[in-house]
Design a binder for this molecule. Structure first.
Ligand code: S3P
Length: 187
């Protein structure tokens, strides 16, 4: 893990006595862009799960899926989530499928708070643009259909988040502002 994790202490950017804020939603919902901006504004530590897993494995997410398979990747998500239990106050952006394992969500919530960045699959596909090729689940012949299928499969679970921000209603700056308000409120 990064130095920021290792030096975590009360009052620091990863203060273990305070809950994590966890951004969930489809690929293309803006979890990483929003999370990074909010963390900077609130002086908290941001962690993008996919980047951390890529760093640890020395491979891209596509390579991990291709060489070791999805189950291996999901196990890495669980390991990372367990480690995060000893920290707090971070802004976390797990991949879009993380929430589908209730046991893994239960490791951080409570006390962690989930914020769902809601987006329609068509909009998510447009936002991803060519970056969709970095997502193994969307590197298939019909990425729009795949995203729609993921949305149908996951939407009710995403809606169990503590807060929902409909990203279709705001600009990126507007979403950042909403999430910042939610992340800094104690409710
Ligand atoms: C996945 C989403 C990806 C990444 C992996 C699987 C998913 O993350 O974790 O490709 O199951 O939706 P993003 O949501 O950041 O694209």
């Amino acid at each position: 893990m990064t130095a920021t994790f290792r030096t975590s202490r009360p009052g620091s950017a990863a203060d273990p006595s305070r809950p994590h804020v966890i951004l969930v939603g489809l690929p293309g919902s803006g979890k990483s862009a929003v999370g990074r901006a909010v963390a900077t504004q609130l002086d908290r530590t941001f962690l993008d799960f996919d980047l951390e897993i890529e760093r640890r494995e020395g491979k891209s997410i596509s390579e991990i899926f291709g060489e070791q398979g999805e189950a291996y990747f999901r196990a890495k998500e669980v390991t990372l989530t367990k480690e995060l239990q000893q920290f707090g106050n971070m802004i976390l952006a797990p991949g879009g499928g993380w929430i589908m394992n209730p046991d893994v969500v239960g490791l951080l919530r409570p006390p962690g708070r989930l914020i769902y960045l809601r987006v329609q699959p068509e909009t998510a596909l447009k936002r991803l643009g060519t970056r969709r090729s970095l997502r193994p689940l969307l590197s298939r012949p019909d990425p729009g259909g795949e995203l729609q299928r993921l949305y149908e499969q996951r939407r009710t679970v995403y809606e169990t988040a503590d807060h929902v921000v409909d990203t279709e209603l705001y600009s990126l700056q507007g979403v950042i502002e909403k999430v910042r308000e939610l992340a800094s409120s104690r409710a």
